[in-house]
Ligand binder design. Sequence first.
Ligand code: FAD
Length: 469
Amino acid sequence: MQKPIITIIGAGLVGSLLATLLAQRGFKVNVFERRPDPRRAGFLGGRSINLALAERGWNGLRIAGMQERMQSIAVMMRGRMVHDTNGRTNLQRYGRDDSEVIWSVSRGALNMALVDAAEAAGATVMFDRGLAGVDWSDMRLEFRDRDGNTHMHQSPVVIGADGAGSALRSEMARQLDLGERFEPLGHGYKELEIPALRDFPAGSLPSPLIAATAHGDSYAMEPNALHIWPRGNYMCIALPNAEGSFTVTLFLPNDGDPSLASVADADAAESLFQRDFPDALPLIPELRKDYMGNPTGLLGTLYLDRWQLDGRALLVGDASHAIVPFHGQGMNSGFEDAVELADLLESNPGDTRAVFAEFEKRRKPNANAIAAMALENYIEMRDRVDDADYLVMRELDRVLADRHPGRWVPRYWMVTFSRIPYRIAFERGEIQSAWLREWTHGKSGIDELDLAAIDAYVKDNLEFLPTYA
Ligand code: FAD
């Protein structure tokens, strides 16, 4: 069956992976990207400097043949390193061992590697071409370059991987009510930097912190962890970068105290860190400059009732389901979109109407599920990870996973270390956490529980999970 020529809008993370997968399957693919070529102009990210890559993301990279290249620059994160207000730390492992971890990767390095891969597979990537309009009557796409020149391109099929502010989505909405709604989180973020140890001004690190570097060559904190400073309604996190630094993200409500509104200048930012993040403060020498100089990121969830327009246009990745970043799954779910769409198109290349409808039907319940779990995870990260009752629940969750392999799988594991559809992870997670809450209510340790009775209940009431390759 004849394969249609496919145009992709956006050579970000999802667009360039999709281009690679389609070109590898013999489709002719043209990609148009608004920004200049990052390999020449430098990467203009505008968003988090690094990201957490988990199994769903790795799967996409493996299929594209990129695992080795990315593995060499990814930093393993074994668990959450929780920092209390006294500077004490506690590592909560994510999985059972080092096969169940997540990885921190540079957004810029990953995006550039993906663009290389797309071109190597045969896709044509055109930079400095921002989608400005679509004439749906003859499928003519209008692009603008940075000098304001117009470039036209005709394509029977167009896929929007142009992110949360998608221009293709706006054009589709002129033809069809997409049922779009954006729910702001009411919280935003600022990025700050903990430099590599070698970049600290001589003598500027207090000695106890220097001692803490013994386990990681050039890092100012334990490198193989995702650091969290949970503070109730707000938090800081830090992810390691391959060259020894950490990117710190301070998440704050938009209003109230403290908030992005109340922490309005460098003095207020420093006071907040002195009070709430005292162990992090000496590690961020440019706190004042970073806080004032870096843009404030806005967060929210995008929901659409419809992702596609009668076989001619489809939205993928953040363009159709942008979520809050607290499960580290936005890119991972977008990579899953790319794999699923490439498989569907390969199996039925002559009927994009059927393929796009099937893609939407399969992916939308999963997108809604990860959107809900990402919102819940914000509360868990900022408020729960150091609560005694949470820790008992978490311990029982893991004990049951050992006692009932394949039947009881903690929700975080299903989302992060497996490719079980998000919808199933969400539904199972709801059931499991209701039971965990009931069994651990008022208990201070799992030795107070009747594990034999719990085992019997689990066996009677929880099916084995189907396996997903
Ligand atoms: P984008 O990455 O936004 O790419 C869109 C591309 O389209 C860009 O290159 C853009 O320049 C281009 N474009 C835009 N408009 C046009 C136009 N008109 N014409 C042509 N091109 C255009 N996800 C994870 O999996 N793990 C994490 O740890 C994680 N952390 C995050 C932390 C933060 C603070 C944030 C905000 C997000 C995080 N995410 C994470 C989510 C992740 O960043 C997104 O899900 C991912 O970038 C989506 O990829 P995308 O290709 O769909 O969109």
